[in-house]
Unconditional design. Sequence first.
Length: 354
Amino acid sequence: MTEAARQFVTPLSLQVASQDRVYTSLFEEPMAHISLPAKADVMVVAPATANTIAKLALGIADDLLSTCFLSFQGKMIIAPSMNWKMYENRTVRKNLDTLASFGVLQVGPEAGALACGEEGTGRMAEPADILEAIRSVLTPKDLAGEKIVITAGPTREYLDPVRFISNRSSGKMGYALARAARDRGAEVTLISGPSCLKKPDGLAFVGVETASEMRKAVVEAVAGRATVLIMAAAVADFSPKTKSAKKIVKTGEMALALSTTPDIVSSVSSQAERPFIIGFAAETGRHPGRAAAKMKNKKMDMIVFNDVTEPGAGFDVDTNRVEIIDGKGRTKLGIMSKYEVADAILDRFIEIRA
Ligand code: CTP
């Protein structure tokens, strides 16, 4: 804790919360500025004030934190936090650029209410996002060089400006795949239907609504020399034949004429130069055979089957229980977090493509 940090929180509070020793001074333990960094894989400065950022950028070493920075040789993350006008200041920007050129990863800041009572960009990134950055810098980059296009979430097919039909999907599986692939060094394009999830950092994001918009975005992204396409989106299978420009007035019962939407995965798998294609088959009941048939019919290289009626494998939950089917066999996995499922899918991709 720097002196400024101790104006906000006492060392005792952090010691109790972390159940660990808190260091505050350069001289309380001789050589702590050498021994502490030597033990660490990652160094995180959160929150990083304009003053600390300036010191780190210039190599000023006048307290425990800034001396630790100079002797540290691992991965470094900063989470800036300050008033928005200070964050816009050109000296601060220059110092942040300097730190970026040293390979220091910056997380945030975010827009919102600031400690000074003003609104703007300067809030420290959420702890969950800082944790994600830590995980990202520690992950081996075994997907470096891959260009992965991932679809996620549902699509919406409009009847009129206020009504649509859609598929049930939170987008959690596709977003977890995008984060896992990004953390493993891939260049990721995430094409997402409407979802409440926060857009992940460090990837190209394309927001779409309808199946035909998603198809267009996928074809464009794949044409940019994608090596892998992962279709985790729950694409609506049907679209109203006609879309009314005005809200349809309710007059009683109504029959809806539907046409099928374009099959996105097939429009890519039929191309001569095509990426490795991974699809999903969410079924109600244990039908891995149906999933395997879909893989074959749509000319996919791998399909991830899950039974949405099983506990811990349905919609809106953070876990999944899947079976990975590909040309070389079937891998049934136990219940795990969607991020772990994503890693398992990417592991299998590396394994079978080798
Ligand atoms: N998919 C697609 N385009 C569509 C529909 C589905 O690319 N219009 C993709 C999905 O993203 C998924 C795979 O195809 O990766 C299988 O989706 P699913 O809806 O299970 O397949 P369908 O062929 O639509 O079969 P069903 O009749 O069970 O809906």
